[in-house]
Design a protein around this ligand. Structure first.
Ligand code: TMP
Length: 208
């Protein structure tokens, strides 16, 4: 018997209001048509323990947590997520789509909070041991437009309450990463219609 083919790990990332959820639904429908088993998950909060970590991370006031604590909680969530959910699913041959992954730590904690990128890399090596997504879709949108979309949704969580400057730094860090890893991270213009964004994603998935 042929050995079971491993699944693919696709992550989707970007600043607030980039439209990730809508596009994840699109990707799910598109990939399911080929008969694959698709698992949708998220960070933070993709596991039972992760849901509790997510609450700790997103409730309260912006300044209520030390930046290093925030980074460590993101990686605690990630450690649980990959070990108990993502890697076992890929080994079964399922495809996994994660709403955010470690690029978000470089963008938010590195870019936004100004933490040292080298320290984030050390943590990443410690937790992920070189495990990386097969593909990362980076939905890029102007920060002002993204925040307008978030504002129209109502209550903001602890991170969404951050300043415009914070999100500009987050976006810049994401774009920087897409330049560092052009084969893995595909920058997508998410500022136009939903259909236009989906079309760009479809073209990339066809290549995969
Ligand atoms: P979400 O709103 O897309 O579900 O993400 C929750 C928030 O967590 C969002 O503001 C981005 C932030 N985040 C980080 O700051 N660092 C990380 O490593 C991850 C995964 C998310």
């Amino acid at each position: 018997m042929l050995p079971m083919e491993k699944g693919k790990f696709i992550t989707i990332d970007g600043v607030e209001g980039a439209g990730k959820s809508t596009q994840i639904d699109y990707i799910y429908d598109y990939l399911s048509r080929s008969g694959r088993n698709i698992i949708i998950t998220r960070e933070p909060g993709g596991t039972d323990l992760g849901k509790k970590i997510r609450e700790l991370l997103l409730e309260g006031e912006t300044s209520s947590m030390h930046s290093d604590t925030e980074l460590l909680l993101m990686f605690a969530d990630r450690n649980e997520h990959i070990n108990s959910k993502v890697i076992p699913a890929l080994e079964r041959g399922d495809w996994v789509i994660s709403d955010r992954f470690s690029d978000a730590s470089y963008a938010y904690q590195g870019g936004g909070r100004g933490l040292n990128m080298e320290r984030i890399l050390e943590l990443e090596n410690w937790v992920l041991h070189g495990f990386i997504p097969d593909l990362t879709l980076l939905l890029d949108v102007d920060v002002e437009l993204g925040l307008q979309r978030v504002n129209s949704r109502g209550n903001k969580d602890r991170i969404e309450q951050e300043t415009m400057d914070f999100f500009v730094r987050v976006r810049d860090a994401y774009i920087q990463r897409s330049k560092m890893f052009p084969d893995r991270i595909k920058l997508i213009d998410a500022s136009k219609t939903i259909e236009f964004t989906s079309q760009q994603i479809k073209n990339i998935l066809l290549d995969l």
